[in-house]
Design a binder for this molecule. Structure first.
Ligand code: IPE
Ligand code: IPE
Ligand code: MG
Length: 247
């Protein structure tokens, strides 16, 4: 049975925002111009998520492997994040958006860390869309940090090794309390995870969009949602469960 109903809406959408560099190159512009254009689409995506009644939106902003880019591009990306938080935090707060940040915060510059902490702190009681910013995020790093914390808890006697379960790991990773993504979208035509949400995306639907991130507008977002609504999710069973997935 296919789910054509508009009710089969993802509760959590995670997006790998890819293609800024190619967008800029196609226009003869520096890569930074693509990243700047991409920020406008971040704003639009948050608003579209709110309009479409999506509870959780995760955006992959900077990966733990993106440090391998030229130093100039890395510092441009850091500057863009600073600019985004400083400029948009008040608006996002007014729009009732609750911000959470996943990824390793220990190794980012102290001022960026402070901005990320402030964004979370200021919006923590908001009840609208939860915007999860994956920054300096890599799933293998996240899982390694979680395993280390569990090992420490075992050593100090707080956890019995026999009681380490999938639920235990879920509470030690960065996304604790956040439902798994129902839909993972990647723009730019690439079809890979690039170390994004390896644990959480175990049963996600994937939609790969040919458009580059700075072209991913509201209409493209709705196209991805429409594609999702046509999928059958079986979770290992023979037929999809009857329940609608909506938030
Ligand atoms: C995505 O665009 C933004 C980040 C990874 C920070 P890219 O910069 O990867 O753009 P392409 O893939 O080179 O076109
Ligand atoms: C993934 O895109 C990371 C982000 C979108 C932040 P990349 O452009 O870094 O991924 P690869 O290198 O093509 O796999
Ligand atoms: Mg890329």
């Amino acid at each position: 049975m296919r789910h054509e109903s508009p009710l089969s809406l993802p509760r959590h959408v995670a997006i790998i925002m890819d293609g800024n560099g190619r967008w800029a190159r196609a226009r003869g512009l520096p890569r930074t111009a693509g990243h700047r254009a991409g920020v406008e689409r971040v704003r639009e995506a948050v608003r579209t998520a709110a309009e479409a009644n999506i509870g959780y939106l995760t955006l992959f902003a900077f990966s733990s492997e993106n440090w391998n880019r030229p130093q100039e591009e890395v510092s441009d990306l850091m500057g863009i994040l600073r600019f985004f938080i400083r400029r948009d935090l008040a608006d996002l707060h007014r729009e009732n958006v609750c911000i959470k940040v996943i990824g390793c915060r220990d190794t980012v510059q102290p001022d960026i860390r402070a901005l990320l902490d402030e964004a979370e702190e200021r919006t923590r009681n908001n009840t609208g869309v939860t915007l999860i910013i994956a920054f300096n995020y890599g799933a293998r790093n996240e899982l390694t940090r979680a395993v280390r914390s569990i090992a420490e808890a075992v050593r100090s006697g707080r956890i019995d090794p026999a009681h380490v379960s999938e639920a235990t790991l879920s509470t030690y990773i960065d996304t604790t309390g956040i439902p798994d993504p129902d839909l993972v979208i990647r723009t730019s035509g690439e079809q890979r995870l690039s170390n994004f949400l390896l644990w959480q995306a175990a049963y996600s639907e994937f939609v790969f969009m040919p458009c580059l991130w700075p072209d991913f507008d509201r209409k493209a977002f709705y196209e991805a949602l429409a594609e999702y609504s046509r999928r059958d999710r079986r979770f290992g069973a023979v037929e999809a469960p009857e329940i609608a997935v909506g938030s």
